[in-house]
Design a protein around this ligand. Structure first.
Ligand SMILES: C[S@@+](CC[C@H](N)C(=O)[O-])C[C@H]1O[C@@H](n2cnc3c(N)ncnc32)[C@H](O)[C@@H]1O
Length: 753
């Protein structure tokens, strides 16, 4: 067999071994109790087999509270028998070893670097946390794959980390080589040199074969020679002068760029600071290289009652709409209406291996949880601060992330574990007898906003996302749910409360009543999350902005943002910075008008019938927005219609089409002066639109936003919607705002999606 054939054979063998491990996982699933899917199917099958569906429905539908619904399912034989065991999907030295072997085979070919990275990521996840030397070696190997993929910052982080944690760093001569290459790539030649020296020294002392030593020496020598050349005094002086000159130019440009906003400036400042503090780079190995964008400040002052909203909004209750956020003064496009923190947030199942479990940040140089092989963190700091919320779920991840239980389950688990059991237990009687919990939330807001004594469990007269009550009292639409919906949610809630028990939330030997109480709260959260939870997203930036896409990376509960109702023609855009949620106006919200979000159903993209059906099914309301009542057409709204605008003569206001700017007289009132002036200005304004587009292409989002907002203000007074150009601007504004939040430049070399 030739080398290639043998290699393929070994790769296949290792992959089969991994398949075997999946079977092993299935065995573990059997040991730790049934998945939710099997519980649900067993209950349904029995009801069908015993032909008792009508009786069950009749009894269950007489339950008019969550407590009653939980009590009903609690007495089902399958539920009484249900016992879940904790089980940490733990580390496994053998699997980690197989992965490392596979990595060693793959990494020799540059074409396989991305696959090698995936495999070594798995090896790191599976390595027991106390195996420090092995872990260090694997960090170093990951650094090598990252170097091959030209992810120099990340390679630097991992190689430094490897040297830092290794008990015998001398063995890691390869880590020095990686650092040397990274420094050389970053043109820090002075720093590259000692690392090359250490790498060669280490290599000489190592047990590597002579053949390997010769190969590495060959690999290193070309770059090393270049580095030494650059470090010669005359070249260094040139380099220093060049750097100083570059810095001067940068500072000068920075001053000149007055029109650029703070956030773009801060990127420049970062660049300068980075160059000034070169030394910090070495020390910063635990700092993530992927900085989050700045969280914007709330506009028009802070609200005195709603911690996370602007003073320009108030909350009122409107029959048929529940709580509504209303502008108490004109809010201009671009204003930041809310910056909400999540009460609880989770990373989506398919993102667990590549997102920090604490801050949701994407990380190629992740640190795994110390106990399980499921979640990762971006840094030591996040691993320590995220430990509290992950501690309990760590041993029941298999149950919680079971697809049949639904993606709200991990979020509900976190909502409950964010409140300590002691605190919940203390309030148990009060909460169970709270008549307001049986009703829809709108009635609550008045009593709560007034700081009613009855509600003062942790309420301090203002609405805060850190207060459990704000999440507990989110609207559930319980009275509009079907039998099937309630029945499945009640069973899911019992399953989640059993997960809590297995994880030790209630302490040892919890009473059935305590577990039932937690299930009662869980079922409420399952209902409210279905119409109040939001996705956490990240914008995937491609070279062509038309291909940019928003990727859902997690989910969260934002109690303040949750107060805003839906419109298919919204006046705000929502985006994420880390796990924070920002709500910004995309057009003027006049005083007295409602702040209207969009739940993912825009009038110009989804046909009206489909929008209304989905909103009715999931959010339990009949949409009566402008677009629905006016039956606005899908995009493009009218063929060949660039802009429809109003004649500026107040008495006329007739609608006209702007096609090529040649018609300079109103067909309706005959005015030439005002009409002609407006037509000319439209031509200029259209240039602004193209300017914004090209700024977006250059990733200058803050500048693009400024231009777009000016254009939007013009359209607001003159354009008639729905009109293609108006929708284009709204869409572009939305995309631009999204690009100011979590973004990721898609690198085709690294498979990170
Ligand atoms: C995120 S909450 C919005 C705030 C909610 N009105 C409240 O009282 O807390 C979503 C729920 O609000 C209601 N809702 C949202 N948009 C609505 C609309 N356009 N018309 C009527 N009800 C709406 C529905 O009950 C929906 O499930």
């Amino acid at each position: 067999m030739d080398d290639e054939g043998q290699h393929q054979d070994q790769v296949q063998q290792l992959q089969e071994q991994m398949g075997g491990q999946q079977w092993h996982q299935q065995q573990q699933r059997q040991q730790c109790g049934p998945g939710f899917g099997s519980l649900y199917t067993t209950v349904c099958d029995r009801i069908r087999a015993e032909n008792i569906l009508d009786t069950v429905m009749e009894h269950f539908q007489q339950c008019h509270s969550d407590q009653a619904r939980i009590s009903y399912v609690w007495q089902l034989p399958e539920v009484r028998e249900l016992q879940l065991k904790s089980h940490t999907s733990g580390k496994c030295s053998e699997e980690a070893q197989s992965c490392e072997e596979l990595y060693d085979m793959l990494v020799n070919s540059e074409n396989n670097a991305a696959r090698a990275l995936e495999v070594v990521q798995r090896a790191i996840l599976k390595t027991p946390a106390d195996d420090t030397n092995v872990l260090a070696r694997r960090f170093m190997k990951r650094a090598w794959a990252l170097l091959l993929l030209e992810q120099f910052d990340d390679a630097f982080t991992d190689a430094s980390r490897a040297l830092h944690i290794a008990k015998s760093p001398g063995l890691l001569w390869n880590a020095h080589e990686i650092l040397a290459h990274c420094h050389a790539k970053m043109k820090s030649y002075k720093k590259a040199e000692p690392h090359f020296v250490k790498a060669l020294e280490g290599l000489r002392k190592s047990s590597a074969s002579n053949e390997e030593k010769a190969a590495v020496a060959g690999r290193v020598s070309t770059v090393f020679r270049m580095v030494k050349e650059e470090n010669k005094p005359k070249n260094r002086a040139k380099e220093t002068n060049k750097k100083q000159q570059e810095m001067k130019t940068k500072k000068f440009n920075k001053k000149k760029k007055k029109e650029q906003t703070k956030s773009e400036n801060s990127i420049d400042e970062d660049v300068i600071r980075e160059e000034e503090n070169d030394e910090e780079e070495e020390a910063g190995m635990e700092k993530s290289r992927h900085k989050l964008p700045e969280v914007p400040k709330i506009s028009l002052g802070k609200n005195s009652k709603l911690d996370c909203a602007s003073a320009a909004v108030s909350v009122v209750v409107i029959e048929g709409r529940g709580r509504c956020v209303i502008a108490n003064r004109d809010i201009r496009a671009g204003s930041v209406v809310m910056v909400d923190k999540p009460y609880a947030s989770v990373v989506n199942a398919d993102q667990l291996h590549q997102r920090c479990n604490n801050c949701c940040r994407r990380c190629l140089t992740s640190l795994p949880c110390l106990h399980c092989a499921v979640v990762v963190f971006c840094s030591d700091e996040c691993r320590s601060s995220g430990a509290a919320q992950h501690r309990l779920e760590c041993s029941v991840m298999t149950h919680l992330y079971d697809a049949t239980l639904g993606k709200m389950a991990p979020l509900v688990f976190r909502i409950l574990t964010a409140v300590s059991w002691q605190r919940l237990k203390k309030s148990k009687e009060k909460l169970l007898s709270d008549p307001l919990l049986e009703d829809e939330a709108p009635k609550l807001i008045e009593s709560i906003m007034e700081g009613n004594e009855q509600q003062k469990w942790r309420w301090e007269g203002h609405y805060s996302p850190t207060d459990y009550l704000t999440t507990l009292y989110l609207v559930t639409n319980a009275s509009k749910r079907s039998f099937g919906d309630h029945f499945k949610r009640a069973l899911s809630a019992v399953y989640i409360s059993q997960c809590l028990a297995a994880a030790g939330f209630f302490g040892s030997n919890p009473g059935a009543d305590d577990i039932k109480f937690a299930a009662t709260l869980a079922v409420r959260h399952l209902q409210s999350c279905s119409c109040n939870a939001y996705e956490i997203s990240e914008m995937q930036l491609k070279e062509n902005i038309a291909e940019n896409k928003s990727l859902e990376i997690g989910g969260a509960v934002y109690p303040t943002v949750s107060l805003s109702n839906h419109s298919c023609f919204p006046n705000v855009a929502r985006y994420n910075v880390g796990t924070c949620c920002v709500l910004r106006a995309t057009r003027l919200i006049p005083r007295g008008a409602e702040v209207l979000d969009n739940y993912g159903y825009y009038f110009h993209v989804i046909p009206q019938v489909e929008r209304r059906d989905t909103l009715r099914l999931q959010y339990k309301f009949e949409c009566s927005c402008e677009a629905c009542t006016g039956s606005w057409p899908l995009y493009p709204h009218r063929q060949g219609e660039p802009i429809i605008f109003r004649c500026p003569v107040t008495e006329c206001n007739a609608h006209s089409s702007f096609l090529d700017g040649r018609q300079m007289e109103c067909k309706s009132c005959g005015d030439k002066q005002l009409y002609g002036k407006l037509v000319k200005s439209i031509s200029t304004r259209l240039d602004n639109y193209s300017k914004a587009l090209s700024l977006m292409h250059d990733a200058k989002f803050e500048s693009a936003l400024k231009v777009l907002l000016q254009h939007q203000e013009f359209l607001e007074t003159q354009a008639v919607y729905p009109a293609k150009h108006y929708t284009d601007v709204q869409e572009m504004l939305r995309q631009c705002l999204n690009c100011l939040g979590n973004t990721h430049c898609v690198n085709p070399k690294v498979n990170t999606n």
